[in-house]
Write a protein that binds this ligand. Structure first.
Ligand code: GCV
Length: 725
C-alpha cells in the first residue's frame, strides 16, 4: 500500500501531537498552580475581552513577582500576552498600592483599604475615565501579591470576573509551615522523600524548587517558614549555615515569606563554648543577643525562633531549674529589638511525672499565663496528646487569656497513614477550630482564641507541620497537596468551609468538570472520618506501631516509658476499654471549662467520637445505637475498611476523566490504603477480642490471619523515624 504525502503528513502530525501530550506528563509538580489552558471557547473569549493589559506603578521585587505570576498565568490559561501598559485602557488590570501607583491613588479608595490591614487586598471592577478596568490594590506590595493570586484563582476556577468587589484580609498574623527537616536532609515524620533544603550546595546553588515553593506558599497566604526540625541541631546557628539560611531568605523575601529557625536551648554550650545555657546567666543572655544580631545582619527580616524545650529529651530551662517562661523570655529579649518572635511549644510531658500525659502541658503552662514577654507565643498542638487521627481540642485553648496561644496542626500524616492514605485533613482542622471552649461563654471557639478576638491577643499564629519533600509531586500522595493547600487557606480565613477549600483545590489541581469535581469532593469529605474508623474509632488513640507509628500495634507495652506504649492509652481489660479521664480517673476533664468538662465527663453526654478518650466503658454497655460497645467497635473498624473499598471504586469511575498519570498513582495508593485499612481492622479487632472475649458479629467477614501474625510484623526501616541524638 502506498501512502500519499497527505497521509504521511497527517501521521507525522499525529505522532508529534502524541509525543507533546505524553511529554506533558502530569507528575504533580505544578501543584495547584497548573494554569491549564481554558478550552471552553465562550469562557475564553469572555476573559480575553475583559483582560487586555496590565498597568503598574513603582516596581518593587514583590510587584515584579506578582506581575510575573499574572503574566505566566494569563499566557498559559488564556494563551494571551498581558502586556504592560502606561495608559489605562478598557480591560486594563491595575496593580499596586495607592502609594506606588498614581492612578490608584487618584481613585480615592483609602477608606476601603482601611479594613484590609498590612496583608489584605481589594479586587474591584470599576471605571476609570470611562474605561472598564479591574483594580488589585492593597496597603502593601505583599497585599497586592496576595490579591493577584486570588485573582488568578478566580480564573483557574472559572468564576465570573465581570463585576468584582472583593475585600479580604487574613484573620491570623503568622501563618507558618514548620519543617521537621534535619541538616542531613532526613525529615522527621516526612513521607515525601528528603528535605528540599539542599544544605550542602547552598548558598551557591539555588534550586529552582525554592522559588516554586515560595510561589505555592504565597498563593495560599503562608507568610513564614521554620526551616529546621524542632528536635533541633545547634549547627544551623553557626555562620556556615546562617549564610545558607540567608540565601533561602533572599529567594522567599519577594513572596512575603520570612524564615524562622529552631533554637536548640543548649546552643550556648554546644557551639558557643559557654559552660552553661542557664537562661538567667548574663553571659548566656549576651551570647543569644550577639547571635541574634549576627542573624539579623544577614537576614534583616528574620522571623524568630521556634523552640521545643524539656520535651522528649530536648534541653530546656528546666535543666537549670528555670521555668518555660524564663527560658522563652531570655530569647524574646534578644529578638525584641528586631521585632522577632519566640514560638515556645507547649508540647511537653515527662515520664517521671506520675500524671496523665494528656494533662501535663496544661499543668505546666496554665500557671505561667501572663508571665511571657509580649513577643512570645505559646504554640499548642490541636489536641492534648499528639496529632492523633482524632483528638478533642487542647484544654489550654481558652485557658490562657494573657498569653497569645498559636495553633499547631500536623499536615504531614504521621498518624494518618503516611503518604499512602488519602485523608483530607481540613475536616480535622475545622472540627478543632469550631470547638467551643466556653472560656467567655458560648461561642468562644478555638478559632476565636487563636485569631486573638476572644482575648485580644496582640499577635496571633497558626503553624502546620509540613508534608513537603523531594518527591516530584512534593507531598508523596497527590492528595497530600490538598492538606498543604487547606492549611494555608484556613490560616488565612478559618471561616472557610472544608468543602469550599476542597472545591477550589480540585478545580485548580484536576479539572473544572463538575461531575469530576463533585466526585472527588465527596471522596475527600468522608476520607478523614473513614480513617478514624479503621484506625482509632470512638476516641481510641495512640495504638500505632512503636516509634515509627506505622500500622496498628495496640499490644505495645513494657517499653522504657509507659506513655510511649499503646496499653497506656487504651486501657483494655476484661471489663472494658478506654481511658477514664473523669473525676474517678485522671480527671483530665477538669482542665476544660465547666460546660465542656460536664459534657466530656458525662458518660451519657460525651460525644461518642470521644467516648474512649474520656471513659472506660464496659464491653457490653449499650451505646446510643442500642448496640454494645464491642459491637460498635467492630462495626466501626469494618465500616472504615469497607469505605476505603468504596473510595477505590469511586476513584475508578474517574478513569479517562483525569490524566492517566495521576489517576493511576492515586489508584495505586488507594489500593495500598485498602490493604492497610484491613490490616488495621483485623489487628485491632483480634487484639481487643482477647479482652472482650466476644464474637465478631456474625455478618462480618472474619480476619484470615491470627493475631500472632499481626503482632510479629516489624518495620525497622519505616520512613520518617525520629533520629537518635
Ligand atoms: C519532632 C511526636 C512525634 C515526634 C515529634 C514530636 C513533637 O512525638 O512523633 O517525631 O518530634 O511529636 O511534636 O515534638
Amino acid at each position: 500500500m502506498k501512502l500519499s504525502v497527505v497521509m504521511i503528513r497527517t501521521l507525522l502530525f499525529f505522532l508529534i501531537l502524541c509525543s507533546i501530550i505524553r511529554s506533558k506528563a502530569e507528575d504533580g509538580y505544578r501543584l495547584w498552580l497548573r494554569y491549564e489552558r481554558i478550552t471552553n471557547v465562550s469562557l475564553l473569549k469572555n476573559y480575553t475581552r475583559q483582560l487586555t493589559s496590565v498597568h503598574i506603578g513603582k516596581l518593587s521585587p514583590t510587584i515584579q513577582v506578582a506581575v510575573e505570576e499574572l503574566q505566566l498565568a494569563i499566557k498559559s490559561m488564556l494563551v494571551k500576552e498581558l502586556a504592560l501598559t502606561a495608559q489605562v485602557q478598557s480591560g486594563t488590570l491595575l496593580l499596586g498600592t495607592p502609594a506606588s501607583t498614581p492612578v490608584i491613588q487618584a481613585m480615592n479608595i483609602s477608606e476601603k483599604l482601611r479594613n484590609t490591614g498590612p496583608e489584605g487586598y481589594l479586587i474591584m471592577s470599576t471605571a476609570w475615565n470611562g474605561k472598564k478596568v479591574i483594580v488589585i490594590t492593597a496597603n502593601t506590595d505583599k497585599g497586592v501579591l496576595y490579591g493577584v493570586f486570588h485573582f488568578i484563582r478566580l480564573i483557574q476556577t472559572q468564576q465570573d470576573i465581570s463585576d468584582l468587589n472583593i475585600s479580604s484580609a487574613p484573620k491570623i498574623k503568622l501563618r507558618l509551615l514548620n519543617h521537621w527537616d534535619n541538616l542531613d536532609r532526613t525529615v522527621e515524620r516526612g513521607y515525601a522523600g528528603f528535605s528540599i533544603w539542599d544544605w550542602h550546595k547552598l548558598p551557591d546553588f539555588i534550586d529552582p524548587r525554592y522559588k516554586d515553593y515560595a510561589r505555592a506558599n504565597a498563593s495560599i497566604g503562608i507568610n513564614g517558614t521554620v526551616l529546621t526540625n524542632v528536635n533541633a541541631n545547634a549547627w544551623v546557628l553557626t555562620p556556615h549555615y546562617l549564610e545558607k539560611v540567608a540565601a533561602l531568605a533572599n529567594v522567599f523575601r519577594p513572596y512575603g515569606i520570612r524564615v524562622y529557625l529552631t533554637a536548640r536551648f543548649s546552643a550556648p554550650t554546644e557551639i558557643g563554648g559557654l559552660p552553661t545555657a542557664d537562661p538567667l546567666n548574663p553571659d548566656v543572655q549576651q551570647w543569644w543577643n550577639k547571635k541574634v544580631r549576627e542573624i539579623y545582619n544577614l537576614i534583616p527580616d528574620f522571623g524568630g525562633f521556634l523552640v521545643k524545650a524539656n520535651s522528649e529529651g530536648q534541653p530546656g530551662p528546666q535543666n537549670f531549674g528555670r521555668t518555660h517562661a524564663e527560658g522563652a523570655n531570655m530569647l524574646a529579649r534578644a529578638l525584641a529589638p528586631f521585632n522577632g518572635v519566640v514560638m515556645w511549644r507547649a508540647f511537653v510531658y515527662d515520664d517521671k511525672i506520675p500524671d496523665d500525659r494528656a494533662k501535663q502541658a496544661f499543668n505546666e503552662f496554665k500557671p505561667l499565663d501572663g508571665a511571657f514577654l509580649p513577643n512570645v507565643l505559646v504554640q499548642v498542638k490541636n489536641g492534648p496528646i499528639d496529632f492523633q487521627p482524632r483528638e478533642p481540642f487542647h484544654p489550654l485553648f481558652g485557658a490562657m487569656p494573657a498569653t497569645p496561644l498559636m495553633m499547631e496542626f500536623q499536615i504531614t500524616q504521621e498518624y494518618t497513614g503516611f503518604s499512602t492514605h488519602l485523608v483530607y485533613l481540613a475536616n480535622q482542622f475545622k472540627e478543632c477550630l469550631s470547638s467551643d471552649t466556653y472560656a467567655r461563654g458560648e461561642g468562644s471557639t478555638v478559632a476565636r482564641v487563636i485569631d486573638g478576638s476572644l482575648h485580644n491577643y496582640p499577635i496571633t499564629g497558626m503553624a502546620g507541620v509540613a508534608n513537603i519533600g523531594t518527591d516530584r509531586n512534593w507531598t508523596g500522595h497527590h492528595f497530600g497537596q490538598a492538606n498543604w493547600y487547606a492549611f494555608g487557606r484556613l490560616a488565612w480565613n478559618h471561616e472557610l468551609t472544608a468543602m469550599s477549600v476542597a472545591e477550589e483545590w480540585i478545580r485548580m489541581t484536576f479539572t473544572n468538570e463538575l461531575h469530576v469535581v463533585n466526585t472527588i469532593k465527596k471522596l475527600m469529605d468522608s476520607s478523614w472520618e473513614t480513617t478514624v474508623n479503621y484506625m482509632t474509632p470512638l476516641g481510641l488513640h495512640h495504638i500505632m506501631g512503636w516509634n515509627h507509628h506505622y500500622g496498628p500495634a495496640p499490644w505495645i507495652q513494657d517499653k522504657h516509658r509507659a506513655d510511649w506504649t499503646s496499653v497506656y492509652y487504651h486501657r483494655a481489660d476484661e471489663k472494658g476499654l478506654g481511658f477514664d479521664r473523669t473525676p474517678s480517673g485522671s480527671n483530665a476533664v477538669s482542665q476544660y471549662t465547666q460546660r465542656v468538662s460536664e459534657k466530656f465527663g458525662s458518660r451519657l453526654n460525651c460525644p461518642e467520637k470521644f467516648l474512649l478518650w474520656f471513659h472506660h466503658v464496659g464491653w457490653t454497655e449499650q451505646l446510643s445505637s442500642g448496640k454494645t460497645l464491642w459491637e460498635e467497635l467492630c462495626l466501626a473498624y469494618y465500616r472504615g475498611a469497607a469505605e476505603v473499598k468504596q473510595m477505590l471504586e469511586t476513584w475508578s469511575t474517574l478513569q479517562g476523566k483525569i490524566d492517566d498519570d495521576r489517576y493511576e498513582h492515586v489508584r495505586t495508593m488507594l489500593s495500598i490504603q485498602h490493604k492497610e485499612a484491613i490490616w488495621w481492622r483485623n489487628a485491632c479487632v483480634l487484639y481487643f477480642q482477647t479482652f472482650s472475649k466476644m464474637e465478631i458479629p456474625a455478618h462480618l467477614e472474619k480476619p484470615d490471619k491470627p493475631l500472632s501474625y499481626y503482632m510479629q510484623l516489624e518495620f525497622p526501616y519505616a520512613p520518617g523515624i525520629k533520629p537518635k541524638w
